[in-house]
Ligand binder design. Structure first.
Ligand code: XMP
Length: 431
């Protein structure tokens, strides 16, 4: 029992807490969501897509950058392919309303959709005669469905007015995942213009991985986000070992497709991982310098707001975006309903693919720590993102914060099991 008696505190997760309502200085729609993903990269919506092979390739990264968030291209592909994905984002126009896809008066929707597919864009501005209607259409053959969805997105876009995430030359920003051992890949991505790198290690707090990361950080000059981390000690070690770390990716085993906690018994729920990381940064006086990305298990804007109140600057999501048009997952129809494939990067299918294409994908473990599944198809990532932003503004409004930084001073409080039941719809028959 020696190990148990040395356990300090307890771990808590999103459903264990509520946001304590605070005096709000502004209306929710005026809450400012701009934040940093790394030391030098700002976004207007603090959301980062996960580097997973059913979530982020160039189309996802591009739509996110165009609307004010940012994507991280996964590494389950050859160096050349990943470089090509980064170049595709960097060479695309940053505007969400791409000129090529602007409809002309009287143009049939089918023709517009064809041009959009050709140009690889998921959004267009619709004109009625010469009047701007502000309607959004995503690429795909389901035109009626899209046009209906379009109206909702247009309304949200008008309300939120996203500012694209662009570099000094006006190009969309994009991140890419690397193994800390893969210097060759990191250098190739930097040469291709990647804006930041994110290490993709389930447990970075490992002497070999940390040593490799220190070497890697000397070889490239773009920001490197280090992860995944769960404890205060891990953050203190990373900050002392890696000179000038660009950001921290925290949370272990909370992902929706993750079985690490079940298979190995090890886990640090994302909310607690953020609390731990923020405590470490505060101790170092670095909480305003090194941003924390909360990664895993973020289901909605409410969870994101809780992570931000705990000290995160942004959240990383997989499942939230996996069901969208722009994810690379396979679209499948089951019983007349549409779904997209979503799988953990430590699931059998993802491991097999990595094993085939990446010499650093060699297995350091002999078990799978993720599952493969389906998530409901949700239409464009634009809609998900803009709804997320509106929800986050509302949540921070309740918290009494008008900026992300102010949210760090807002409060979370524990909720009982009875309280949790009560805050969900209850005592009614849901229609
Ligand atoms: P969500 O909940 O947004 O979580 O779907 C995405 C995050 O989950 C992590 N991830 C994994 N964790 N086994 C794991 O233990 C896996 O196979 C796996 N794949 C992804 C990762 O941090 C991601 O951002």
């Amino acid at each position: 029992m020696a190990g148990f008696s040395s356990v300090k505190g307890e771990v808590i997760t999103f459903d264990d807490v509520v946001i304590v309502p605070g005096k709000s200085p502004v209306e929710p729609k005026d809450v400012e969501l701009s934040s940093r993903v790394t030391k030098s990269i700002w976004v207007s919506i603090p959301l980062v897509s996960s580097p997973m092979d059913t979530v982020t390739e160039w189309r996802m990264a591009l739509i996110l950058a165009r609307l004010g968030a940012v994507g991280v291209i996964h590494r389950n592909m050859s160096i050349e392919e990943q470089v090509g994905q980064v170049e595709r984002v960097k060479s695309s126009p940053p505007s969400p309303w791409f000129e090529v896809a602007k409809s002309t008066p009287g143009e049939p929707v089918s023709q517009l959709l064809f041009r959009m597919a050709e140009a690889g864009v998921g959004a267009a501005v619709i004109f009625e005669g010469s009047a701007y209607r502000g309607v959004y259409v995503a690429a795909g053959p389901r035109s009626e469905f899209w046009l209906r969805k379009a109206e909702a997105v247009a309304a949200l876009t008008t309300a939120i007015k996203p500012i694209p995430t662009i570099d000094e030359e006006g190009r969309p920003r994009v991140g890419a995942a690397v193994s800390p051992f893969d210097v060759e890949r990191a250098k190739a991505l930097e040469k291709a213009g990647v804006d930041f790198l994110v290490t993709d290690v389930a447990h970075l707090h490992n002497v070999n991985a940390l040593r490799a990361l220190r070497e890697l950080s000397k070889q490239v000059s773009v920001d490197i986000v280090a992860g995944n981390l769960g404890t205060k000690e891990a953050v203190l070690d990373v900050v002392s070992v890696v000179e000038d770390v660009g950001g921290l990716r925290v949370g272990i085993a909370s992902g929706s497709i993750c079985t690490t906690g079940e298979v190995t018994g090890a886990s640090m729920p994302t909310l607690t991982a953020v609390i731990n990381a923020y405590e470490a940064l505060k101790e170092l006086g670095a909480e305003n310098r090194i941003p924390i990305i909360a990664d895993g298990g973020v289901r909605n804007a409410g969870d994101a707001a809780k992570a931000i109140i705990a000290g995160a600057s942004s959240v990383m999501v997989g499942r939230m975006l996996a069901g969208t048009e722009e994810s690379p997952g396979q679209l499948v129809s089951v019983g007349g309903r549409l779904y997209k494939q979503y799988r953990g990067m430590a699931s059998r299918g993802a491991i097999e693919k990595r094993h085939a294409g990446d010499r650093y994908g060699g297995r350091s473990k002999l078990i799978e720590e993720g599952v493969e599944g389906l998530v409901p198809y949700r239409g464009s990532a634009a809609e998900v993102l803009l709804e997320f932003a509106a929800g986050l503004q509302a949540a921070l409004g309740y918290a009494g914060a008008s900026t992300i930084k102010e949210a760090w001073s807002a409060r979370l409080a524990r909720i009982t099991a009875a309280g949790l039941r009560e805050i969900k719809p209850h005592d009614v028959v849901l229609g």
